[in-house]
Design a protein around this ligand. Structure first.
Ligand code: BES
Ligand code: MN
Ligand code: ZN
Length: 498
């Protein structure tokens, strides 16, 4: 989607759909009186009738009787004092989703001046561009015969209405938002591909395209190269599938020889559970088990477009997890890349097995910080639902920094403790560590397992199992993948780049 900034007054904007973000209130905001007059009083009628109250996610579609906009869409922001960048991003997403439903190929977005001071001009440009793509995204490429009511043009453009005095700042933010939006789109499309399309080699191919497009260095290890490297834990998961596993490493250099930040993403393209097989109900959702990998690839798209001054390494261990005559079995012991032996209690705890080898591999880059994103545990869905990422790590300062990035990104994180006491969950009778501690503290056990393989760098683990996809559609986004992590990683990296 193409975003632009216009400095026209709201009454002058010529568009099929003018979305206006309005806070809660019983009266027409004074800044909208002019627009109300030229459009035939439609805003006043919606507001004074009580039909539109300005509540969060509320919308009123109004057909104008005059003026340059064919339709108006009032979008509620909720209480004026609670408006943040996340509220504005969400309002833009709600507007974009309505634009798609209406078949509008473009729309304009304005925020009433009464609450304009709640976000900076730069943030306004960024979050409107981000939200527009979040709301307008749809995945139709595999429907060969689209039903007529789904035959809607893509929302191709959003025009951000801004005051002339702040146009430069809004434009600067818009550029960031548009790059983030491209990363978001890439991540979501990868997530949504079925596992017979999106295989480990497909992810490697996507990494190759990114590398060619933006000039990143790329290394892809196949099964044989993983053997050479001694990645026994990743290979243990991969031994159950005929699909070639890939260990993908992308390197972005924006700051010469400076030590990099590492991003690690779980790339299980389908998780059946292996021999510890999952129930059939909803198993198709396990195509989303590569969402961490999608977040890393999406973030590299952002890096390629924005070229911030820092170095970033992206590492993606990728395989399927299937049961077969060659699959690992509960009770098997394997040797990890790090050197520790692992007793495999449950073959469905495969994410930690592939990630532990990645966390060990990245030590060679001497990262100044490492962030991993993984759909790691069902337990995090029980703890936090679909509202927050579970966050754990070995460094309080980095944890705080990542949580802040999550707040700015509208991808919120909530901490779990990695206290020493929990380490006992993973004590094995016959190996250095076991891969499952049973049902108690499942998310923490997953985090602790990874920590056993982190050495020499500050590290944060993001358990995105509850936030990577949504089962029903929201007012601000379609059902399915969310591209979670792309915005958080980007916020984190851009802040680091200064
Ligand atoms: N990919 C799953 C976690 C998951 C669950 C992601 C629900 C998205 C939605 C992961 O590999 C898994 O199976 N974890 C097990 C671990 C257990 C066996 C220790 C789980 O959470 O049940
Ligand atoms: Mn699993
Ligand atoms: Zn999994």
């Amino acid at each position: 989607m193409n975003s632009t900034v216009t400095t026209k007054a709201v009454v002058q904007v010529e568009t099929p759909l003018l979305a206006v973000a309005v806070p809660a209130g019983a009266a027409v905001p004074p800044s909208l009186e002019g627009l109300d007059q030229v459009t035939g009083g439609v805003i006043a009628r919606a507001v004074t009738s009580g039909d539109f109250k300005g509540k969060k996610d509320e919308t009123s579609l109004l057909y104008t009787a005059g003026g340059r906009a064919q339709r108006l869409l009032l979008v509620g922001l909720g209480k004026a004092e609670e408006v943040t960048r996340s509220t504005v991003r969400r309002a833009a997403a709600v507007a974009a989703k309505r634009a798609r439903a209406l078949g509008a190929a473009q729309f304009a977005f304005a925020m009433v001046t009464e609450v304009r001071d709640k976000v900076s001009a730069r943030d306004l440009g960024q979050v409107v561009a981000e939200g527009a793509v979040q709301g307008a995204w749809a995945f139709t490429e595999l429907k060969l015969a689209l039903p007529p009511d789904e035959r809607k043009p893509d929302v191709e453009a959003v025009e951000i209405v801004a005051d002339a005095a702040e146009a430069t700042e809004v434009e600067a933010g818009r550029k960031i938002g548009e790059a983030v939006a491209a990363g978001h789109r890439l991540a979501r499309s990868l997530q949504q591909q079925p596992s017979n399309v999106c295989t480990p080699s497909y992810l490697a191919g996507q990494a190759k395209q990114l590398a060619e497009r933006h000039g990143f260095a790329l290394t892809v290890l196949d099964r044989a190269a993983m053997k050479q490297e001694g990645m026994g834990a990743l290979l243990a998961v991969a031994q159950g599938t005929e699909e070639e596993p890939c260990f993908i490493v992308l390197e972005y250099r924006g700051a010469g020889d400076a030590a990099p930040i590492a991003l690690v993403g779980k790339g299980v393209t389908f998780d059946s559970g292996g021999i510890s097989i999952k129930p059939a109900q909803n198993m198709e959702e396990m195509k989303y088990d590569m969402s961490g990998a999608a977040a890393v690839l999406g973030t590299f798209e952002v890096l390629g477009r924005l070229k911030p001054k820092l170095n970033v390494v992206g590492a993606i261990p990728s395989t399927e997890n299937l049961p077969s005559g060659t699959a690992i079995k509960p009770g098997d012991v394997v040797k990890s890349h790090f050197g520790k032996s692992i007793e495999i209690i449950n073959t469905d705890a495969e994410g930690r097995l592939i990630l532990c080898d990645a966390l060990s591999y990245i030590r060679r880059f001497k990262p100044i910080a490492a962030l991993d994103a993984a759909t790691l545990t069902g337990a995090v869905v029980i703890s936090l639902g679909h509202q927050a990422i579970g966050i754990m790590g070995n460094d309080e300062a980095l944890l705080a920094e990542v949580r802040e990035a999550g707040e700015r990104a509208g991808e919120r994180c909530w901490p779990f403790p990695l206290w020493e006491e929990y380490r006992d969950l993973l004590k094995s009778d016959i190996a250095d560590v076991k891969n499952s501690g049973g049902r108690a503290a499942g998310t923490i056990a997953g985090g602790w397992f990874l920590r056993e393989f982190v050495n020499g760098y500050p590290w944060v683990h993001l358990d995105i199992a509850g936030t990577a996809y949504i089962e029903g559609e929201g007012p601000h986004q379609a059902k399915g993948p969310t591209a979670i992590g792309v915005r958080l990683f980007t916020e984190f990296l851009l802040k680091r780049a200064g």
